[in-house]
Design a protein around this ligand. Structure first.
Ligand code: FAD
Length: 413
């Protein structure tokens, strides 16, 4: 990774003219969605010489990929744990996801150079705190799995924790530290991928919404969009929180649901902490950004709103989220929240990503993940490898199968 403190200029992003030309009549791969998953996939495919077109119904990076908190979730986090809370209840899935998180870290670690764009990658390490002895036990249990997967987590308590993380409340039961965690700038990553995809020959079209998908008898698809029709041999659904709606157009049901999330930003304060801070039992992710504001999120809800309105933030989530932050970092007591924002996230019903090709609808693929800022560069790269060389590339684990909801219920499209 390049020196994160060095200032390098950002490139000129794709212009209106570059993203608003006519839709091609046909393409090999049609990517639906211009967030980080879709733009990353378009880049890796175009770089591999594939004829690829990406369509985005709005502007690039305006949904989850441009409204997230930018954290790299490498330790197993609260939303990945089974409902019972203990990692030991779901060892196999969690071990697989820990391996995936580590592989995602490795992609991010080199991405700045791969795209030749300063992505604001800061590998600061991350603390995950426990307030109770039960939560501390969860940290110990998940550490065993993380170590098995190659993640260098350690659990720290007492005087050692107070010495290494003096900003944390002194009466916490303990915390786990992962040196591989950090963050990047979510406003840069997807535009950078889109720019490099375009330079490798991908067609990127904004303000083009997919409205209908028809399977052609000889294979491939005829896709109706708000800008006309396009024939595609293969489709990849990268529509994030709208992936379920998109899949239904092709006769598939994905195990996904849509939720609004709330994020708070505070005024600037003297540098207090570099690492990210999370909670194993309550909804909190917190970091001090490079401009010294605190970004506080972690999964507090916002109500849904019908398009074109954006989901509203709420006082309840602002108060609940900041109360947890204060409990963990008492020095925030007099720091004011100056701004809130919302974003719409996709959650998968069984907590695993939805990625790979459908066997029920041959040629149809999906690339969807809940911690998709962390995982999408990796998942998109692996999916692109599969699309480039379907027989020579190992498939994704069956747990990630886009068909799993339908095959489990033995229904047909
Ligand atoms: C508030 C918040 C905080 C988060 N924090 C983190 C974090 O710190 N770390 C982390 O790893 N993850 C985080 N996430 C999750 C992460 O942002 C997402 O998993 C990731 O951005 C998903 O990327 P995507 O490209 O799949 O989806 P999106 O970025 O949502 O892109 C999907 C695109 O599909 C387009 N689309 C939908 N329907 C159509 C259609 N019919 N035709 C054409 N285009 C269509 C949409 O307009 C959209 O632009 C957070 C999410 C939120 C909301």
């Amino acid at each position: 990774m390049s020196d994160p403190t060095a200032t390098r200029p950002l490139p000129r992003w794709l212009s209106y003219e570059q993203t608003n030309g006519p839709l091609p009549e046909r393409t090999d791969v049609l990517v639906i969605g211009g967030g980080i998953a879709g733009t990353a996939l378009a880049f890796y495919l175009a770089r591999g010489g594939v004829d690829v077109a990406l369509v985005e119904r709005g502007e690039l990076n305006r949904e989850a990929s441009g409204t997230n908190a930018g954290s790299f979730h490498i330790q197993l986090a609260i939303h990945q744990l089974p409902a019972a809370g203990s990692p030991t209840a779901d060892t196999e899935r969690l071990l697989e996801e820990a391996r995936l998180n580590l592989a995602a870290y490795e992609v991010w670690n080199a991405l700045d150079e791969e795209l030749d764009v300063p992505l604001g990658v800061h590998l600061t390490g991350g603390w995950m705190v426990a307030e109770t002895e039960e939560q501390l036990q969860v940290l110990h249990d998940k550490r065993v799995l993380e170590r098995q997967a190659g993640i260098e987590t350690e659990v720290v308590t007492g005087a050692e924790l107070r010495r290494r993380a003096p900003f944390l409340a002194p009466d916490l039961a303990g915390a786990s530290y992962c040196p591989q965690e950090g963050h990047a700038n979510p406003l840069i990553a997807a535009p950078a991928y889109a720019l490099r995809a375009h330079e490798h020959g991908a067609t990127i079209r904004t303000h083009v919404a997919v409205q209908a998908i028809e399977r052609r008898p000889g294979g491939g698809f005829r896709v109706t969009t708000s800008a006309g029709e396009i024939d595609a041999q293969r489709i990849v659904n990268c529509a994030g929180a709208w992936a379920g709606d998109q899949a239904r157009l092709a006769g598939l049901r994905l195990p996904v649901r849509r939720e609004g999330l709330h994020v708070n930003v505070t005024e600037r304060r003297a540098r207090l902490l570099d690492p990210m801070v999370q909670h194993i039992g309550r909804r909190l992710t917190l970091k001090q950004s490079s401009d010294d504001t605190f970004i506080i999120g972690g999964g507090w809800p916002t109500p849904a709103a019908p398009p074109p309105r954006r989901y509203p933030t709420t006082w309840e989530s602002a108060a609940g989220n900041t109360a947890v932050a204060l409990r963990v970092i008492p020095a925030l007591a007099d720091v004011r929240v100056v701004r809130t924002w919302s974003g719409v996230i996709v959650f998968t019903d069984d907590l695993s990503p939805v990625v790979g090709g459908s066997t029920l609808v041959p040629g149809y693929h999906a690339c969807v993940a809940s911690t998709g800022f962390t995982l999408s560069p990796l998942l998109a790269r692996r999916l692109a490898d599969q699309l480039l060389d379907p027989t020579g590339t190992p498939p994704f684990p069956p747990a990630y199968d886009p068909d799993r909801r339908m095959t489990a219920g033995r229904t047909t499209p």
